[in-house]
Design a protein around this ligand. Structure first.
Ligand code: ATP
Ligand code: MG
Length: 353
């Protein structure tokens, strides 16, 4: 019997995670995956009460097959220390170097672009490096607060981490439409640029069946809107991948339907951390307007990575069904509440045969 660590988190995190747990109970009933859940209380409330985040990352890794992570972020902790320690701790200590952010349009109505005329035109995955770049916390400030204030934020890019994420992206592209686009800003980044470009070319030699492509990040931002159908898999560093995946999510309905998976491709016994791309959305707390689908879709990615193919397919079909119907939360133009959408997913999974 394996176990899932469930961290509901802050803001709408617990509200959408409650729907995921409902869906999981049905999946368990229908497919008998043998995955029990353990809800772990680390959150802003916990941090404020205990003065510490509480997470023991290595114990989480030891005791669980995967982590379902809710959003973390709370205005009472302005530097988001608790979130950075929990999310950063999981990513860094567990070497979760690959972050997948798929964007697939399920019903034409959810794409705001009028020149997108077929759902197949939006079906891409952003593969984001997850441990380096400007997120490493290297830098400093001098003369802070004075008119001569200077701040430095250093982007770190190691050959090792670049190889890991580029290889994962080629593997993914090979299993999809076999087209991989490297996105960088090598024309303005004379140190990181050649590393990414050189490793991309070197690794491409092992994947002759994958068509390679390159765009500067500014051009990629434009192309995502101009012609999303040109993209299959995009690989990028941590910062550009973060920005482009939020942009790309809008092509399929926005943050309410944007899931993600973070994993270490070399760790065969831990599936990774699965979380919605969105944050804690304090404006929606308690309103019943939060869309639970991003979290349900992240859960579905987890089922896929755990090799539970039937359960994964059933949840994907349920998500398709809901997104093609009209019982939707307000972010998708409907009037349904968080729990209504969760119930609908549960009923669709239960109908599975
Ligand atoms: P973070 O810094 O944690 O990424 P953020 O400032 O980017 O947070 P989010 O919490 O991601 O902000 O949300 C941005 C806005 O998107 C929210 O204010 C909310 O209106 C909308 N939003 C986010 N998640 C959802 C959701 N699940 N359903 C509906 N709307 C959402
Ligand atoms: Mg955000």
């Amino acid at each position: 019997m394996s176990s899932l660590a469930v961290i509901p988190g802050d803001g709408i995190g617990p509200e959408v995670m409650a729907e995921v747990l409902k869906v999981h109970a049905v999946v368990e009933d229908v497919f008998g995956t043998g995955l029990k859940t353990e809800v772990l209380p680390w959150s802003a409330d916990w941090f404020l009460e205990h003065g510490d985040v509480g997470i023991d990352v290595l114990a989480v890794r030891r005791d669980h097959a995967a982590v379902l992570l809710g959003a973390l972020g709370d205005a009472r902790i302005p530097d988001n220390r608790h979130a950075i320690r929990i999310i950063g701790g999981l990513r860094q200590q567990l070497e979760l170097g690959v972050n997948l952010r798929p964007v697939r349009l399920r019903a034409l109505a959810h794409c705001p672009l009028k020149h997108v005329t077929a759902v197949e035109d939006v079906d891409l995955v952003v593969v984001r490096e997850n441990t380096e770049d400007v997120y490493v916390g290297v830098g400093g400030a001098v003369r802070a607060g004075s008119p001569a204030h200077v701040a430095m934020e250093v982007g770190v890019h190691s050959r090792w981490a670049v190889d890991r994420v580029v290889t994962a992206a080629f593997e993914l592209a090979r299993s999809r439409r076999r087209r991989l686009t490297l996105v960088d800003k090598s024309n303005a980044m004379p140190s990181a640029g050649p590393l990414w470009q050189g490793r991309f070319r070197a690794i491409a030699a092992s994947y002759p069946e994958v068509e390679c492509d390159h765009l500067y990040v500014d051009a990629a931002a434009m192309e995502l809107i101009r012609n999303p159908a040109r993209f299959d898999v995009i690989v990028a560093g941590n910062l550009f991948g973060d920005i482009l995946s939020d942009e790309a999510s809008m092509l399929a309905g926005g943050l309410g339907v944007a899931p993600s998976a973070s994993y270490d491709p070399e760790d065969g016994s831990f599936a990774g951390v699965f979380e919605a791309v969105h944050g804690s959305a304090p404006d929606l707390v308690g309103t019943g307007r939060a869309n639970p689908l991003a979290s349900v879709m992240s859960y579905s990615m987890m089922l896929g990575r755990l090799g539970l193919r039937e359960a994964h397919a059933a949840v994907e079909r349920a998500v398709d069904e809901v997104l093609c119907g009209d019982l939707l939360t307000p972010d998708l133009g409907g009037t349904a509440r968080t729990g209504d959408v969760g119930d609908l997913i549960c009923r669709a999974v239960a109908r599975h045969d």
